[in-house]
Ligand binder design. Structure first.
Ligand SMILES: Nc1ncnc2c1ncn2[C@@H]1O[C@H](COP(=O)(O)OP(=O)(O)OP(=O)(O)O)[C@@H](O)[C@H]1O
Ligand SMILES: [Mg+2]
Length: 140
């Protein structure tokens, strides 16, 4: 387990950007943390590190899964906040974190499919600008 304390959104993105450099096809990243913790900020950093414009990464919309191409690896970003647990079965997420892709999931507690080899990122709000980010190998 690795722990970081970041003092700004940019620092959080930088942590994610360094992680992105190590990602391989098939990697899955599960992002936990309360509303506004910085999960999407982390995802923007992953995108940047993969060579994808972070501006295209959106905060929650009604699209559950976004696919970004043009970077070093295809990048899938799922935000499951609005979903009931059972509704995640039909998204096909299990197929996304494979082959050419990397999959990042916000609100992974909604998942029914397990990703035992995933990297878990837990983000805690310490105060307005400080976040504690823990990278843990494995999911639960
Ligand atoms: N150290 C920090 N790291 C990341 N974000 C920070 C930090 N300090 C302040 N922030 C702010 O916290 C907010 C994080 O928002 P973000 O959308 O990334 O959260 P989220 O976890 O994806 O929330 P949601 O559950 O609503 O999807 C932003 O407004 C960002 O500017
Ligand atoms: Mg978010």
């Amino acid at each position: 387990m690795t722990t970081y304390l970041t003092e700004s959104e940019e620092e959080t993105q930088a942590v994610a950007g360094r992680l992105a450099a190590q990602l391989k096809p098939g990697d899955v990243i599960l992002l936990s943390g309360e509303l506004g913790a910085g999960k999407t900020a982390f995802v923007r950093g992953l995108a940047t590190g993969l060579g994808i414009d972070p501006e295209v990464v959106s905060s929650p919309t009604f699209t559950l899964v976004h696919e970004y191409r043009g970077g070093r690896l295809t990048f899938y970003h799922a935000d499951l906040y609005r979903l009931e647990k059972a509704a995640t079965d039909d998204l096909g997420l299990e197929e996304m974190g494979v082959a050419d892709g990397v999959l990042a999931v916000e609100w992974p507690d909604r998942l029914t499919h397990r990703f035992p080899a995933a990297l878990t990122v837990n983000i805690d709000i310490v105060n307005d600008t400080t976040r504690r980010i823990q990278l843990v190998a494995g999911s639960r």
